[in-house]
Design a protein around this ligand. Structure first.
Ligand code: G6P
Ligand code: MN
Length: 441
């Protein structure tokens, strides 16, 4: 069986431990020859790298493992590159959330003004990284789940139009499918969803039972009405995520056509969301106090002990597992179904051809084959056209260094929606992102 060479870009991420463990768990079905972590922040990556060395010596002794800040060592001879870059780190995520919220606007990692701020940083860093990757591994598959995925995907579409081995993907649609299976008391793999949208802005039109073909959406609607909605891994979630999932109940009551992605709540109820977010303690603060602290404490303990003990079982990671299954689908040409971000090109019949949309695709060695969803109703079309316009204008602003285009993007974004507010928040974000954004003129 062929063994693969894999690199993780953003090796110092709080998600990396979950990946390292998942590679061990899945070593029979997706065997690795070499695994390299890459990060520009050596200090942050080091404890995670040391943890990896200890764990692999115990559980994957034939794996060649390294962690590095050198692009050549990281990117040479790779089959798959997993990209989980966080441009500006959690420190800037905090700014993205706090600055808009201080003005009464949604401050969120990927939605609204905060998402656009992060988007401009990610365009800069992702494009640079992928050019570097292509120097050393022209044929590696790049599995990108760096955020904000919608904006990043649009920028990569323009920067690398001929490169068919860049795949953009987010775990949230699958998380919603998994959560639905928990409600229904079945395995998530028994469900066959139909989905349309943009990244972090989409809906399930059907949720078929794979065996019988029955559309379970009416049943799901009833159960959610009665019992609410919980993430599949609710026991491991912070309260803010439980609230976000719980809100699916309200959305489904007001808009019963389709099962929403959890992120739709920001766009459909911005006032409510703003009034329930704490401008002094946002999700970034919660992550730093929670997951980040936990991950680095676990590293510290393992390094001190020199062995893993029972820590291997502390995290079961659906996100990592999904990304590895994506790599498998390509490596073994399985044509399995995944919800991916691809150029529309008719998948949503009444949306523009060059929008980066999120739909179900079959995935194999030649990349994704999107499945058509037909025309979508006016309400959803209106929401999505507005958002895709905002995203495209932001990427225009990036390429043209245009303040005017950025102002249009911010004004058009449903979570701002007012030119004066747009200018105010844009100016504050320009200040906070000095040196990380292209200079807008
Ligand atoms: C989901 C989304 C990701 C996002 C993450 C944030 O997984 O699909 O795009 O980055 O949530 O989670 P966090 O726990 O960091 O707030
Ligand atoms: Mn996502």
């Amino acid at each position: 069986m062929k063994k693969f060479n894999v690199c993780i870009v953003g090796g110092g991420s709080t998600y990396t431990l979950g990946f390292l463990k998942s590679f061990v768990r899945l070593k029979e079905e997706f065997p690795l020859s070499k695994l390299v972590l890459f990060d520009i922040d050596a200090k942050r990556q080091e404890p995670i790298g040391k943890y990896g060395e200890i764990m692999f010596a115990e559980r994957y002794p034939d794996l060649e493992f390294a962690y590095t800040t050198d692009p050549k060592t990281a990117y040479e001879n790779m089959d798959f590159i997993f990209m989980q870059m966080r441009a500006g780190g959690l420190k800037m995520r905090r700014e993205d959330e706090h600055i808009p919220l201080s003005m009464g606007l949604i401050g969120q990692e990927t939605c609204g003004a905060g998402g656009m701020a992060y988007g401009l940083r990610s365009c800069v860093d992702m494009i640079e990284a992928i050019h570097q990757i292509r120097e050393y591994s022209p044929n590696a598959w790049i599995l990108n789940y760096s955020n904000p995925a919608a904006i990043v995907a649009e920028a990569l579409r323009r920067e690398f139009p001929e490169d068919k081995r860049i795949l953009n993907i987010c775990d949230q649609p699958e998380n919603v499918v998994r959560s639905t299976s928990r409600l229904l008391g079945c395995s998530w793999e028994d469900l066959d969803p139909v989905y349309f949208g943009l990244n972090h802005y989409g809906w399930f039109t059907h949720m078929y039972d794979k065996k019988t073909g029955e559309d379970l959406l009416p049943k799901i609607r009833e159960i959610v009405k009665e019992k609410g909605f919980l993430p599949q891994d609710a026991e491991q979630r912070d309260q803010s995520w439980l609230d976000t999932y719980g809100f699916v109940q309200t959305m489904l009551e007001d808009f019963p056509d389709y099962l929403p992605n959890t992120y739709d709540g920001y766009y459909l109820y911005p006032d409510y969301k703003v009034s329930h977010l704490n401008p002094n303690f946002t999700r970034a603060d919660e992550v730093m106090a929670g997951r980040e602290a936990r991950v680095f404490k676990e590293c510290e303990e393992v390094i001190k002990e020199g062995k893993l003990g029972d820590k291997f079982h502390a995290i079961s990671d659906a996100h990592a597992e999904m990304m590895i299954k994506v790599a498998e689908a390509i490596a073994y040409n399985t044509n399995g179904r995944f919800i991916l971000i691809v150029e529309n090109d008719g998948a949503i019949a009444n949306m523009q051809k060059d929008a980066m949309v999120e739909v179900v695709c079959e995935l194999g060695i030649n990349g994704p084959r999107p499945m058509r969803v037909g025309s979508i109703p006016q309400f959803y079309l209106g929401l999505l056209v507005q958002q895709v316009s905002s995203e495209k204008l932001l990427v225009d602003a990036f390429y043209e260094h245009s303040y005017e285009k950025a102002l249009q993007a911010f004004t058009l974004n449903r979570l701002i929606n007012d030119a004066k507010k747009a200018r105010k928040v844009l100016d504050a974000l320009i200040e906070a992102n000095k040196g990380m954004w292209p200079e807008l003129k």
